[in-house]
Design a protein. Structure first.
Length: 334
């Protein structure tokens, strides 16, 4: 009999606890009038650092977990062969420039020959009119003049050809310099090195990745809501994020994207009712200043809840008031 009363007491205590939990849930739902909540995961945009051209990795300058700024060097590719090609291209450019100088000098010679031929033709024509020279002599001088004119025209064409060759050589120099510059792989954005994918000495094909970065300027939580919610929120609306790993903090955010079309609810997303078969994908973005302040704590995959302000007139409940952890280095963090 005593055992019966003990079991009954335990059942009553359990029922009371369940009732209290149910009451707490009802109170939270009542306090969330004008808001919507859904679970999601923190996502961080990944950026690949890859080589544009095939080559051998000469040096990797970062380690996993390092924070890099936009434009900082991540890796160096071997450019010994390219430097040799560049030296050859510069020599060809100088040679082409010398060819231009020689062709331009030849123009002066051909112009002088033409001037002399014109004078001799004019003298022969004058003498022929005075019967002091034969018609054959005039014809010979005219032919010499025509040959000199043709030679001058050929010299002018040679100058254009040598200039074209010089331009091609200069373009090759510029191209090789650009390729060599591209062999220094730089971070396209601020971020943290997620994975270092190769070691020095490895040979990569064009487009081969050397590292991946987490773009800390693009951190968001993706959540899914039915039409009743998605149709009432717009880009820029206020939101809050509460992470499971740090439930005592409330992170301010805003809606940065609302899908134009509905999709089937992913299996890992908890919906309030089984009727929510079609939902809209919504991105809730964290402010960049906050991300930069707490960049060492940003991690992809953290689970939590996103709260959306469906009714612009609704006041945020006290337990969803913004609360951030002490900033790194702050005295309050001591």
């Amino acid at each position: 009999m005593r055992l019966f009363y003990i079991i009954l007491a335990l059942l009553l205590i359990g029922a009371g606890s369940a009732g209290y939990v149910f009451w707490q849930q009802r109170q939270a739902e009542a306090a969330l009038t004008g808001f919507a909540v859904a679970n999601g995961r923190i996502e961080v945009e990944r950026v690949a650092v890859a080589t544009k051209y095939a080559g051998r990795v000469a040096e990797i300058r970062v380690d996993e977990g390092d924070f890099v700024t936009e434009g900082s060097v991540v890796a160096e590719m071997d450019v010994a062969e390219l430097l040799a090609e560049l030296a050859e291209a510069k020599a060809n450019e100088r040679q082409a420039q010398q060819g231009i100088n020689k062709a331009e000098a030849d123009i002066g010679i051909r112009q002088a020959d033409l001037n002399l031929a014109e004078i001799e033709l004019e003298r022969a024509t004058t003498l022929q009119k005075k019967n002091a020279s034969s018609v054959a002599e005039v014809d010979r001088r005219r032919a010499q003049r025509d040959v000199a004119a043709a030679s001058l025209k050929g010299a002018l064409v040679t100058v254009e050809d040598t200039k074209a060759a010089a331009n091609a050589a200069a373009a090759r120099v510029l191209r090789l310099e650009a390729v060599i510059a591209d062999m220094t792989l730089k971070a396209p954005t601020d971020g943290r090195v997620e994975y270092r994918l190769v070691k020095a000495g490895e040979v990569l094909a064009a487009g081969g990745q050397v590292a991946t970065l987490l773009d800390l300027a693009d951190v968001h939580m993706v959540v899914f809501f039915p039409t009743a919610v998605a149709g009432r929120v717009g880009v820029g609306a206020e939101a809050r994020i509460v992470l499971d790993a740090a439930a005592e903090y409330v992170i301010p955010a805003k809606i940065s994207f609302v899908a134009a079309e509905a999709q089937f609810t992913p299996k890992f997303v908890e919906t309030k009712t089984e009727r929510d078969k079609l939902t809209y994908r919504i991105k809730v973005e964290i402010d960049q200043e906050i991300l930069m302040t707490y960049r060492d704590y940003v991690k992809a995959g953290l689970t939590g809840n996103a709260y959306l302000q469906v009714d612009p007139q609704a006041a945020w409940p006290d337990y969803l008031a913004v609360k951030l952890p002490p900033a790194p280095g702050d005295d309050a963090a001591q």
